[in-house]
Design a protein around this ligand. Structure first.
Ligand code: CA2
Length: 147
């Protein structure tokens, strides 16, 4: 069974506690449960994790090599700042889907730049928690096409 890593960056552990108008009411635990149910119906195994630390996210991306067939990455604010995450993704050469709950292009200018997008297979943003399920489907069909 193919396995995918769903990796979440800084402050996403706070989901469901504040700013529901921007990020919705689901907690990260709710999102993990939705992802597990969705992936199971598609014969996919998932690993789901979150870290507030850039180095830990880098380690998780490196460790995904040989273990996971692809990554769904909500890098949070590191999306807009981290050349290191961009280099890690390029380094492991796994398909990565960049994901955001909010539509980063409809928000402040500093959120319009993404270092992740340059090395991602594609980007999904603006669909709230549902975006995680869209990303699972997108990665699943990519992996099926790629064989
Ligand atoms: O829309 C997204 O998924 C983001 O990756 C979320 C990040 C933000 O920096 C990105 O620009 C877009 C922030 C996550 C913070 O989440 C919180 C949730 C509740 C309370 C406080 C922060």
């Amino acid at each position: 069974m193919a396995s995918i890593l769903i990796l979440n960056g800084p402050n996403l552990n706070l989901l469901g506690t504040r700013e529901p108008e921007v990020y919705g009411r689901a907690t990260l635990g709710d999102i993990e449960a939705m992802c597990r149910a969705h992936a199971e119906g598609r014969g996919l195994d998932i690993a789901f994790s979150q870290s507030n630390h850039e180095g830990a996210l880098l380690d998780a991306i490196h460790a995904a090599r040989g273990r996971h067939a692809g990554i769904i990455l909500n890098a949070g604010a590191y999306t807009h700042t981290s050349v290191a995450l961009m280099d890690a993704i390029a380094g492991v050469a796994l398909p990565v889907i960049e994901l955001h709950l909010s539509n980063i292009h409809a928000r402040e200018d500093f959120r319009h730049r993404s270092y992740i997008a340059r090395v991602a297979l594609g980007v999904i943003c603006g669909f709230g928690a549902q975006g995680y399920l869209l990303a699972i489907d997108a990665l699943h069909s990519h992996l099926e096409r790629a064989g």
